[in-house]
Design a protein around this ligand. Structure first.
Ligand code: IPM
Ligand code: MN
Length: 355
């Protein structure tokens, strides 16, 4: 019997719907070829819906999404909505309520893509960041006092639980072992200053490392990591870090792999429902013009298939994208690809069929 999966699709705002449509085009070709079935359930969450109804997410949203095997998200963010409302009300709420405690972000330079770092080739840039996704500074702990007065106090605390930290570290060791590339896991922290939070991280890291004798456990401070991403990206295999540091270093990671047009990620609950997304924003100024680059969304679709257990198809999507970057497109930038959004989707789909 062939496998069948229910996919919740949240096209979202701006260019989200356009890139998601290309992702689905490619997913369908991959599914037909491999003989599994994908059923899509669409949800119109996002800025437009919020402006219409005043509701960021309906009360039953989480329960609805839980009926699916995975979530495929385009982009959230609307120029007419104050920053923070949609990000917190949709993206962060789903990460938290679905307990997607891992944010997985591969950083890989594909062939044919201009790397902003001199003399770096695809063999130099191929690592994965495992970012903790439910705690740290994102947990929302803290408050303000005497707001708007000269005596105002603002406190934003980083929450690090042994359970939350350890499950993330364990996931990273397992991922590194399965990936079997350099078998090296680097903890990215700040043990010289954040001596409470990263003391916990460091102990959990080295204690867990004992269970993985085949993996080299390595450590680097976050500031040094940003330096090495630029100077020696080839040093990294898998990196594990907290929510805030992970947010920052993965934007740098996206830039060294060519930009937001190619960077994809997964918000993963290994025991629950995971959500896959291109990590660039909603790019409202390019909306509706058929010029935005859909490759990041297509890569996110590939990650989703790998996660669902259709690893061969997921890898084929990645290979097809690599063919497009190597042979077909001039640039990753919107309007400069030498092809439209839909043409790039067609190209990837054709390679998937032929591979
Ligand atoms: C990301 C984004 C989000 C984050 C924002 C939109 C809340 O920057 O996915 O990295 O900070 O995690
Ligand atoms: Mn970010």
């Amino acid at each position: 019997m062939s496998n069948s999966y229910n996919i919740a699709v949240i096209p979202g705002d701006g260019t989200g719907p356009e890139v998601v449509a290309e992702g689905i085009k490619v997913l369908d070709v991959a599914a037909n070829k491999a003989g599994f079935k994908l059923n899509y359930n669409y949800y119109d969450y996002g800025g437009d819906q919020y402006l219409k109804t005043g509701e960021v997410l309906p009360d039953n949203a989480v329960e609805e999404l839980k009926k699916n095997d995975a979530i495929y998200l385009g982009a959230i963010g609307h120029p007419d909505v104050k920053p923070g409302i949609l990000e917190k009300g949709i993206l962060l709420r789903l990460r938290f309520e679905l307990d997607q405690y891992i944010n997985l972000r591969p950083v890989k330079l594909y062939p044919g893509i201009d790397c902003p770092i001199k003399d770096k080739e695809p063999e130099h840039i191929d690592f994965v960041v495992v970012r903790e996704n439910t705690e740290g500074l994102y947990a929302g702990a803290g408050g303000t006092l005497k707001k708007g007065t000269p005596d105002e106090v603002a406190i934003q605390e980083s929450i690090n639980t042994r359970k939350g930290v350890e499950r993330c570290i364990r996931y990273a060791f397992e991922y590194c072992k399965k990936r079997n590339k350099d078998n090296k896991l680097t903890l990215c922290g700040k043990t010289n200053v954040l001596t409470f939070a990263f003391d916990l991280w460091e102990r959990a890291f080295y204690e867990t490392a004992r269970e993985y004798p085949g993996i080299t456990a390595d450590y680097a401070h976050v500031d040094a990591i940003t330096m090495w991403f630029v100077k020696n990206p080839e040093w990294f295999d898998v990196i594990v870090t907290d929510n805030m540091f992970g947010d920052i270093i993965t934007d740098l990671g996206a830039m060294i792999q060519g930009g937001m047009g190619i960077a994809a990620g997964g918000n993963i609950n290994p025991e629950g429902v995971s959500m896959f997304e291109p990590i660039g924003g909603s790019a409202p100024k390019y909306k509706g013009q058929n010029i935005i680059n859909p490759l990041a969304a297509i890569c996110a679709a590939g990650l989703m298939l790998e996660h669902l257990g259709e690893e061969k198809s997921g890898k084929e999507i990645e290979k097809a994208v690599m063919n497009v970057t190597a042979h077909d497109i001039k640039s990753l930038a919107a309007g400069q690809m030498g092809h439209s959004t839909t043409e790039v989707g067609d190209l990837v789909a054709t390679y998937v069929t032929k591979l």
